[in-house]
Design a protein around this ligand. Structure first.
Ligand code: SF4
Length: 351
């Protein structure tokens, strides 16, 4: 498709798509009151997480931290606890950094311009485009994987989905077709079409408002687009996670390096052949009795952990200790360690 043909096609998108959106949009909590803060929180949560999973987190987060000022002032442990289960904790840390900047440098008022938004921590081109269009009514396209997929199919474009230069080009071209006064809805309608109709594995072309424009639909080539990057094999690591239980509770510490740096953990150790005893002795734990063990796997973006979780009872604690109830109520634990927590909980209820 030439650039001119593509432009002509793009211009025919807004009318049918907006009519479809008004009739089919989902009732999502962040759509009720699309302030910049609420759009921002929802968009950051929706990165890497499904809409259905985000609903509950979003409602809880907004109830606890209803404003940018509240987010800026929130204690770190409380913030991480609110984010617990969503993963990719750098997202919420960056949000707090950005919230502080908004409070200190902009008097608590969200900047409206896309270029200023992009200077805030954790806000890239996509999130800035979403906030500027949805909350401020600017003609600024936000191209995420969903939007990329719709456009790649409409135009049968075989550019690989990770190509940032093409994303930038799409942002520019789509921003030109934003209908005046409907900017907020147009961004959301593109997201919604990708999420509800033009799905990755099962596009429902028979009920798509853009079916008549769509090259992939015309040629039956939907499954060939978008072109995905070749996946690299994940690096694997064998990891011991120790549930060190003393009279005062279970040991928890902060990770100092590697994945999940800065997060709480049950003391863990990447194994290069050391025995469990050697690792425990290295922390000063000499007298201990093994109570239980279990194996899990946990997959991060680039690494797979083969976890051996070992529960030991020990006389002394090499790290801070917390009772189970405290851990459940106040300590944020990444999902990789939640599996180990479940091991304790199951034992307590006698499973
Ligand atoms: S017609 Fe099918 S492939 Fe084309 S945009 Fe609609 S759902 Fe996607």
């Amino acid at each position: 498709m030439t650039n001119l043909e593509e432009r002509n096609l793009f211009e025919r998108i807004p009318a049918p798509l907006l009519s479809w959106y008004e009739a089919n949009k989902r009732d999502l909590p962040w759509r009720k009151n699309p302030t910049p803060y609420e759009v921002w929180v929802s968009e950051i949560m929706l990165q890497q997480t499904r809409v259905e999973a985000v609903r509950e987190y979003y409602t809880r987060f907004i109830a606890a931290l209803p404003s940018v000022e509240a987010l800026a002032a929130c204690e770190e442990e409380k913030l991480l606890k609110l984010w617990e289960g969503l993963g990719y904790y750098s997202r919420v840390r960056n949000m707090q950094k950005a919230a502080k900047t908004i409070v200190i440098e902009y008097g608590g008022k969200f900047p409206e311009e896309i270029e200023t938004l992009k200077t805030l921590a954790g806000i890239g081109s996509y999130t800035a485009g979403a906030i500027a269009s949805i909350a401020f009514g600017k003609a600024t396209a936000a191209v995420d994987g969903n939007v990329f997929r719709v456009i790649a199919r409409l135009t049968e474009n075989s550019t690989v989905i990770s190509d940032l230069k093409y994303r930038k080009y799409l942002e520019t071209e789509l921003s030109k077709i934003y209908p005046k006064g409907r900017e907020s809805q147009f961004t959301q309608s593109l997201f919604e079409l990708g999420a509800l109709v033009c799905k990755p594995l099962s596009p429902a072309c028979e009920r798509c408002p853009l079916a008549k424009l769509c090259k992939a639909n015309e040629n039956g080539s939907q499954r060939l687009f978008p072109v995905l990057p070749v996946k690299k094999a994940k690096r694997e690591q064998d990891v011991f996670v120790f549930l060190i239980e003393t009279k005062e509770g279970f040991c928890i510490r902060r990770r100092e390096s590697g994945v999940l740096k800065g997060m709480n953990e049950f003391p863990s150790h990447v194994s290069y052949g050391e025995s469990e005893k050697e690792v425990l002795n290295g922390w000063g734990v000499y007298a201990f009795t093994e109570k239980k063990r279990q194996k899990f796997t946990h997959i991060f973006t680039h690494i797979k952990w083969n976890i051996t979780c070992v529960w030991v009872e020990a006389d002394g604690a090499p790290f801070d200790t917390y009772h189970l109830e405290e851990i459940e109520a106040d300590i944020s634990l990444p999902t990789a360690f939640k599996q180990c927590l479940k091991m304790i909980e199951k034992d307590k209820i006698g499973e």
